[in-house]
Design a binder for this molecule. Structure first.
Ligand code: CP
Length: 317
């Protein structure tokens, strides 16, 4: 595997999940693969889970890891070509990337959508520059339009907890005080569309996601109707994707917060969220603290999804 940016990079998804479950049983079995290999993790944005779980996955595989927080101690980077660099940015990404590539064997990149320029975001301009200019295998640690390590961990978690062969999985929009990217819901939709699940998306009108990720999945604007009989409730906020409101908050209706009222119409569903989560905006205290909440095992599976991706990259070097 040379890149990991979306579900297609995993090939047969069922096989990838089975591989993940095997890795989870003995996560140190592949320690030889990473001997004398260096993982570089580049963060343009904050992280708790991705940082720790990916570093741990690299360590499980015997790798050395280096972490660069671009906004803390590195030179301020220019990302656009053709700019006259007479401002506060001292280095261009086009020099920085091959330099970073020279110090490592694999590179993970976290670079969120800026939500100002849809074309820049949806072209995955920064991630693709790493793929093009680093000379090393590159994986997304959440880029502008996707978070495939998260969605893979979500699928592993669903596989571990499902009570029927084809569970109903409902992704619901929920309110949030800040405009958030569409990366997590995009990737979750991408993965659910490939998985053997009955997938439904619910959100207020105006929050339609890119059809490239929705791929014809059922969209139900009535949240309560969508949640009826759900086996898994996946809550997430995102900002508007469609023009002219790209990147904006267009609804703050707290009736969409996932609480007991919503969970009561489900099939005793499990609650999922990628974290970090704003309590009593996205989900009520009682739902996230309930026995049906999977947020902690879901986060723990981030180590496993990362390890499968790193393992596959090391195996094909
Ligand atoms: N879910 C997730 O990616 O968490 P972090 O932003 O803390 O890495």
């Amino acid at each position: 595997m040379k890149t990991y940016t979306n579900v297609k990079d995993l090939g047969d998804l069922q096989k990838a999940v089975q591989e993940a479950l095997e890795v989870k049983k003995n996560r140190f079995a592949y320690k030889h693969l990473g001997e004398n290999k260096t993982l570089l993790m580049v963060f343009f944005n904050s992280s708790l889970r991705t940082r720790l779980s990916t570093q741990k996955a690299g360590m499980n595989l015997g790798m050395n890891t280096i972490v660069l927080d671009v906004n803390q101690g590195a030179w301020k980077l220019e990302t656009e070509r053709g700019v006259i660099m007479d401002g506060d940015k001292s280095e261009h990404l086009l020099e920085a990337i091959p330099v970073m590539g020279s110090y490592c064997d694999l590179i993970g990149v976290r670079s969120f959508a800026g939500l100002q320029d849809k074309t820049f975001d949806y072209n995955e301009t920064i991630l693709n520059q790493f793929i093009e200019h680093s000379g090393k295998p590159v994986f997304s640690m959440e880029a502008a339009t996707g978070h495939p390590l998260q969605a893979f961990a979500d699928l592993i978690t669903i596989e571990e907890h499902k009570r029927t062969a084809r569970p109903k999985v409902v992704m619901t929009w929920a309110p949030h005080p800040r405009a958030l990217p569409q990366a997590v819901p995009n990737s979750f939709a991408d993965f659910m569309n490939e998985a053997d699940v009955d997938f439904v998306i619910t959100h207020p009108k105006g929050y339609e996601l890119d059809e490239k990720f929705v791929r014809g999945a059922r969209v139900e604007y009535d949240q309560m109707k969508a949640l009826e009989g759900a086996d898994f409730v996946y809550a997430k906020n995102w900002s508007a994707y469609r023009d002219p409101h790209y990147g904006q908050i267009i609804n703050t209706d707290r009736n969409w917060t996932v609480g007991q009222r919503q969970m009561a119409v489900t099939n005793n569903a499990f609650f999922m969220h990628c974290l970090p989560v704003r309590r009593n905006m996205i989900v009520t205290d009682d739902v996230i603290e309930s026995p049906q909440s999977l947020v902690i095992p879901e986060a723990a599976n981030r180590e496993i999804s990362a390890q499968v991706v790193l393992k596959r990259m090391l195996e094909t070097m």
